[in-house]
Design a protein around this ligand. Structure first.
Ligand SMILES: Cc1cc2nc3c(=O)[nH]c(=O)nc-3n(C[C@H](O)[C@H](O)[C@H](O)COP(=O)(O)OP(=O)(O)OC[C@H]3O[C@@H](n4cnc5c(N)ncnc54)[C@H](O)[C@@H]3O)c2cc1C
Length: 400
């Protein structure tokens, strides 16, 4: 877009005014010319009275008024609409059914709605309410969980099982789950070769009963009940248990980019994680200076899966930090050997960092196991147990 002509980006304006970019050699408040046609400089109050045409020169944001001219220039919208801050207690079906509200938009059952679509209407909304409902909660969570008790890296089958066990056993602990993908669940939405059924070998059926997932007993191993026989049943169930826990926050689409360390008698202690939006992490090669955020925590549990573009993240970082010599390298497939090894080997690898699930195969060189998921659930149970063994000591070190 040439500098000399007013830009024609249409911004939001009331019917009596039009907001345009124009140039002004004298205007003290003028903005520099934007570099690209798609970049909008931030909204800035113009130096004109709002009636004069925009002078030429440097670029600035001015208001061109249409009739009738108001008496003052338009300023950026003032936050005039403040909806009350609601309590953030979760509402269950029974609490809703028991509530006694008589307003038009009182809590209805689906049966109340059915067949009455001619009169149907959503409750009124102002768009900013939607924005604030999201941002207020998210930024409060960022604030609350900047100091966590436990961070779980990766929300695959192992990470979610770990979160479930700790979150349930210790409601006093604040647990942040950092998941790089938009969709948590890792590789547990399908079984092998993209088939639907999920196989869990006994005794991992105990975990299915724990979270109330039906399964079909086939003797030495169990498959989820044929009526719902889909890995997604396990993953959606454990996920819903975990995100419902009041002491757990899942930050998805967020990536762990590094580990926070502290000096320790054993060399170094892991004392938190360095995070960023995953989309930002993916662009460090072509955009510079996109610094991350951090979460401090005395115990980190890494369950980022086997080596791959994103997997085995913390173990790979331990190698580059020279805390372990090299990646173990996942071995060939042997279900019998692999599942036992992953569960038994789930442990604190360096002070403050527990590794579980398939990521552990990159520490110990365990065999791959293929599409059998019992080890992931029970590795989560063991990771929780290990975390609860060390949490008090690591919290004390963290305070020192
Ligand atoms: C393509 C594919 C290949 C498979 N290959 C094998 C195999 O070779 N051997 C085997 O035994 N099983 C394999 N499986 C089966 C099964 O998926 C895994 O065994 C199982 O999912 C591992 O569970 P997990 O919880 O350890 O890790 P995953 O289910 O892999 O979950 C790890 C999670 O961590 C997240 N994550 C990764 N890095 C970061 C980071 N830096 N920050 C935040 N989050 C992060 C990922 O997005 C993911 O959601 C494979 C599955 C798939 C889909």
């Amino acid at each position: 877009m040439p500098r000399s002509s007013p830009a024609q980006w249409a911004l939001h304006a009331p019917s009596s005014a039009a907001i345009v970019w124009a140039s002004d050699p004298q205007a003290e408040l003028a903005m520099p010319c934007p570099k690209g046609a798609n970049q909008r400089p931030p909204f800035k109050k113009p130096a004109t009275d709002g009636h004069s045409p925009a002078p030429r020169g440097k670029w600035g944001l001015v208001i061109e008024l249409q009739s009738p001219p108001p008496t003052a220039t338009m300023t950026p919208p003032v936050a005039t609409f403040q909806e009350p801050i609601e309590a953030t207690t979760l509402r269950s079906k029974s609490s809703i059914l028991n509530s006694a509200s008589n307003s038009t938009f009182a809590d209805k059952t689906v049966a109340d709605l059915a067949g009455r679509w001619d009169d149907f209407k959503f409750a009124p909304i102002r768009e900013s309410q939607v924005s604030r409902a999201m941002t207020r909660r998210y930024f409060k969570d960022l604030d609350d969980y900047a100091e966590s008790d436990i961070v779980i890296v990766g929300a695959g089958s192992c990470g979610l099982s770990t979160a479930y066990m700790i979150g349930k056993a210790r409601p006093d602990l604040k647990i942040a789950i950092i998941e790089a993908s938009v969709s948590p669940g890792g590789g547990a939405w399908l079984g092998g070769q993209l088939f639907s059924a999920m196989v869990m070998r006994k005794p991992a059926d105990a975990f299915l009963r724990e979270i109330d997932v039906p399964y079909e007993d086939e003797g030495d191993f169990v498959v989820e009940d044929w009526t719902v026989k889909h890995a997604a049943l396990f993953t959606s169930t454990i996920l819903s248990h975990v995100v419902s826990l009041p002491n757990v926050k899942l930050f998805n689409a967020t990536c762990v980019e590094d580990l926070i360390t502290r000096p320790h008698a054993d060399g170094v202690r892991i004392a938190g994680v360095v995070t960023n939006w995953t989309l930002v992490s993916m662009h460090h090669d072509d955009q510079s200076c996109m610094d991350p955020n951090t979460i401090n925590a005395p115990v980190i549990i890494s369950t980022t899966g086997h080596d791959g573009p994103m997997g085995a993240f913390c173990v790979k970082r331990l190698v580059s930090m020279q805390r372990i010599e090299k990646l173990g390298g996942m071995r060939g497939l042997d279900m019998n050997v692999a599942e036992d090894a992953i569960v038994k080997g789930t442990r604190e690898i360096v002070p403050g960092l527990i590794v579980g699930g398939m990521e552990l195969s990159e520490v110990d060189g365990a065999n791959r196991m293929g599409p059998t998921f019992g080890a992931m659930a029970l590795s989560g149970v063991k990771a929780a147990e290990e975390a609860l063994k060390i949490i008090d000591q690591r919290i004390a070190e963290n305070r020192a």
